[in-house]
Structures are given as structure tokens and as C-alpha cells.
Design a protein around this ligand. Structure first.
Ligand SMILES: [Zn+2]
Length: 489
């Protein structure tokens, strides 16, 4: 490593500690940390941290990366409440994107005005514009988009139900994505301090990610998960969790979906959902993959040296999955762990199973949880209980379900409220130290010899005002000593 490749970060602070330090980075690692003013600038490129706080780089432990790339390309219409507002967002967005425009998230049920093809054409001209409703059941298309999709609507410009589903793929399918789209999405994540993701996209991740990395999509480390349909192939190729595939891409865990979800009342619970007939065989939700099959998959993976990541949301599903961990000695995580029996939190710790959780889901779902799990929500998203039982916690966004931004998860865990509402089950709030560690792979400070995956942020996350956590400005992100994001001049 030549001195040219060295970076000196001068005058940075460690959260919770008063004194400033200089950090010398060579060969992708932290070579030296010493009191501010003691490392000379000539050692390499110098960045003045100007007293900003240094943390280990952040991880998002649960993403569906390609789905997030697609979502990010769509103009956000979720906050609009009329056709006129949608039109003005479209008009604003077209100034920066002239290839075509796909919007997502309008809800036309309560609009005071009507969508019209002529009005949409008037703001968009020849650029194809396709606007997808939040529930996916209709699209508002301009004439250019209708031509592209080979359809024609009435004067409203709106295509509904089957007719809409039939052409939705024309406006943002996986095949349309370019490597540049992935790089842009990685850059946005790096700008929030992210250095790595665990990717649970339902795809052939072990072959796709190395190709992407070699094609220049290299701003994030990726642990590429294996879906059951690709397990045989992975095992016969001798892949083990942690193996480096290329660059920063490593083999991740086997992903198995053991139950459904809260919103669809399909997550597998001990008691019936409120509002469902208890005599209905689906009243408690149920398994997506039968427990015996989950166990067999866990066994096969474990024997082959592959960790597992098992989706379990309901309390029954979590209990079953913990039993399976005990029976198979598998290593890995439960993904979501949203509703837990009282006695199950300590079992995570006893079995060495990580709880991979998404605190922002608690904010999105608090009302639906109160409605469907009445009298049980003290056991829902029980982050403090898991911490108190000494369970290893990891945070993720489940992007595109919530945005790929670890500060949103940290804020949700620490405050357990959003939009000025009262804190939801405040006894389950997490302390900041635990929340940070869950977002950085377990450590909140760096030492000499560590890989130089690090960030500089504008405030001390252990003591800043709570409302600063969610939008924490990130000034610098380094991945193995390489700058992947910087606002420092
Ligand atoms: Zn997911």
C-alpha cells in the first residue's frame, strides 16, 4: 500500500468521549488512532472532521435490494391528496427526469377532483408518465404511456384492475434496471452512513451480486441470501456463509418464510385474530412453509455450513422456529420476531439466535397491531425485553417496506413514536447504545486494526436531541478506507 492510498481523518470525536482524535487509515484499515494533532497530514490525504463524531459504518440487516431500486425510481405520490397535487408533483419531477416518469402511491378514493387524461398530457407532453396507485389496483397514464403499453383509456386516463395489472410491468420491471440504477441506490444508502446490507431479494443472489460488483456496483458490502429454490445449487458449489464471492460480496444465510404477515392476518399466532371467526381454520394465521419442512431446510443448511434467517412474525411461528433452532443446532437469525410469548425472549439468547428486527414497522403497524392483536401488544415488537434477555439484536429496514436508512430504525427504537404521537408501549423503548450497536453489527466504537468501514456524523448520537436521530446528517462514509460518500470539501 503506497502512502498515496492513506487517509488521515483529523480532529474527530468518539460518541460519549470528550477528547478529539486523529485517525490514520492505510490498506483499508485503521492503522493508528491518537490524540488530535499528533498525526501529520503528510501521511496521506487529509480530511478535517472538524469535531464531528466517528462511528463504525452502518448495516441494514434486512433489505430486498432490487425492490428498493425499483421503488426509488418511482416518484413518491404517497403524500398527495388530490389530482391537482399529483399533477404538480409530476410537473416538478419532470424537470429532472426526462426519459419517462413512473409515480407510485396515490389514493384517489377521497379526491375532491377527478383525474383527466388531458390534464396529465398537458403537464407531461411526449414523455411517458405512468402513475401507480398505492394499492396497485389502478394506474393513471398519459397518452405517451398508453402508446408505450398498447392500451387506450377513457378521458380519465385511468386503467383499473385486470387491465392495469396486465401492463404494470411495462413501467418498472426488474429487467429494465441498469447497473447505474443500482449504483445510484447504493450511493443514496452510503449517504445515510450504510456500508453493508443483507440482501433477501428473492433472486439468484449468489450469481447476480458478483456480476453487479464486477460491473461497478461496489459501494456497499453485500451478504447475499440464498432462497430455498437455490439451496441445492449453493450446497453443491460448496458455498458456506461468510465465503467471499468477489470483492465485498459474501455468502449470506438461507432465507425461509415460516409464516405470513400481520396486515394480512396470516402471521401464525397462538390466539385468533380479532375480527376473524375463531372457528375459521385460518383464524390464527398459519405456517407458510410447514414446520417439518422448515426444520429439514435448516438441517440441510447447517450441515453444509450455511446459516439460516427464518421469517417468523406471529408468536406461534416464533415458538416453532425456536424449537427448530434447538433441534437442528442451526446458527442464524429470526427475521421480524414481531409477537413473542413471554417465555420466548430468553430462548433466543440461550440458543444464540439473533433477533433481526425492523423497529419502524412498529410505527407503521401500531394501529393495525392494536386492532388485530388486542390485549397482546405488550408482547409486540418487544425490543427492551429482548435486550434485557441479552439477545443479540440487529436492525433492518425490510426496504422497500420502510426506507433503507438506519437512522429511521434507530429513532423508531429509541423513541417508539412518530409524527408527534405518544410513545407506543414506551416500556419497550431501547437505549441509544443498544440501538446503535444493532445498526453497526454490534460495536459502537472503532479501534486500531479494524477495517476502515466508518462514518462521520454531525452530532453525538448518545446525547443529541431525540428529534435529531431520524435525520442525522452523515458527512462522510468510508468503505474499507474508500470514500463512498462525502460532504467534506
Ligand atoms: Zn423482508
Amino acid at each position: 500500500m503506497s502512502p498515496r492510498d492513506a487517509i488521515v481523518v483529523k480532529n474527530t470525536r468518539v460518541p460519549g468521549a470528550g477528547h478529539a482524535v486523529d485517525v490514520l487509515i492505510t490498506g483499508g484499515r485503521i492503522e493508528r488512532m491518537s490524540p488530535a494533532g499528533t498525526i501529520r497530514g503528510e501521511a496521506g490525504r487529509t480530511l478535517d472532521a472538524d469535531g464531528r463524531w466517528m462511528l463504525p459504518g452502518m448495516w441494514d440487516h434486512h433489505v430486498h435490494f432490487t425492490q428498493w431500486v425499483i421503488r426509488r425510481q418511482r416518484v413518491d405520490l404517497t403524500t398527495t391528496s388530490s389530482a391537482a397535487e399529483v399533477l404538480s408533483v409530476v410537473q416538478r419531477s419532470l424537470r429532472t427526469d426526462s426519459r419517462r416518469l413512473v409515480g407510485f402511491g396515490f389514493r384517489d378514493g377521497l379526491w375532491p377532483d377527478q383525474p383527466s387524461l388531458a390534464a396529465l398530457d398537458a403537464v407531461s407532453g411526449d414523455i411517458p408518465v405512468a402513475l401507480i396507485a398505492a394499492d396497485l389496483h389502478c394506474m393513471w397514464l398519459n397518452t405517451a404511456a398508453q402508446r408505450l403499453a398498447g392500451v387506450q383509456t377513457d378521458p380519465s386516463g385511468v386503467l383499473r384492475e385486470a387491465a392495469s395489472f396486465a401492463v404494470m410491468d411495462r413501467f418498472g420491471s426488474v429487467e429494465d434496471l441498469t447497473l447505474a440504477d443500482y449504483v445510484q441506490t447504493e450511493r443514496a444508502a452510503a449517504a445515510r452512513g450504510v456500508v453493508g446490507v443483507v440482501d433477501f431479494e428473492n433472486a439468484e443472489n449468489l450469481t447476480q451480486w458478483p456480476q453487479r460488483w464486477r460491473g461497478g456496483v461496489d459501494l456497499l458490502r453485500v451478504r447475499a441470501a440464498i432462497w430455498p429454490q437455490f439451496l441445492t445449487e449453493a450446497i453443491s458449489a460448496g458455498r458456506r456463509t461468510g465465503d467471499v464471492l468477489t470483492g465485498g460480496v459474501t455468502v449470506g444465510p438461507l432465507k425461509v418464510i415460516s409464516d405470513g404477515s400481520l396486515n394480512t392476518r396470516t402471521a401464525w399466532c397462538d390466539e385468533p385474530y380479532a375480527g376473524l371467526d375463531p372457528a375459521d381454520p385460518q383464524a390464527c394465521g398459519g405456517p407458510t412453509v410447514p414446520p417439518q419442512q422448515v426444520r429439514a431446510l435448516m438441517e440441510r443448511a447447517t450441515v453444509a455450513g450455511i446459516e439460516v434467517a427464518i421469517h417468523a412474525i406471529g408468536d406461534r411461528a416464533n415458538a416453532e422456529v425456536l424449537d427448530a433452532f434447538a433441534a437442528t443446532s442451526a446458527g442464524g437469525s429470526v427475521e421480524h420476531a414481531q409477537l413473542l410469548r413471554r417465555e420466548d425472549a430468553p430462548r433466543f439468547a440461550q440458543l444464540g439466535v439473533t433477533a433481526s428486527v425492523q423497529p419502524e414497522h412498529a410505527m407503521d403497524d401500531r394501529d393495525v397491531a392494536e386492532a388485530y392483536w388486542p390485549g397482546r401488544t405488550h408482547r409486540a415488537f418487544p425490543l427492551a425485553r429482548l435486550r434485557d434477555a441479552a439477545v443479540t439484536l440487529r436492525f433492518g429496514s425490510d426496504a422497500p417496506v420502510s426506507p433503507l436508512d438506519p437512522w429511521i430504525q434507530i429513532a423508531a427504537a429509541v423513541i417508539r413514536s412518530r409524527d408527534g404521537r405518544e410513545s407506543w408501549h414506551p416500556e419497550q423503548r431501547l437505549d441509544r447504545h443498544t440501538a446503535l450497536a444493532a445498526s453497526t453489527g454490534g460495536r459502537t466504537t472503532l479501534q486500531e486494526g479494524d477495517e476502515a468501514d466508518l462514518i462521520l456524523i454531525e452530532a453525538d448520537p448518545l446525547s443529541c436531541p431525540e428529534d435529531q436521530l431520524r435525520s442525522m446528517p452523515v458527512a462522510l462514509t468510508l468503505l474499507a478506507g474508500r470514500i463512498t460518500h462525502s460532504t467534506l470539501v
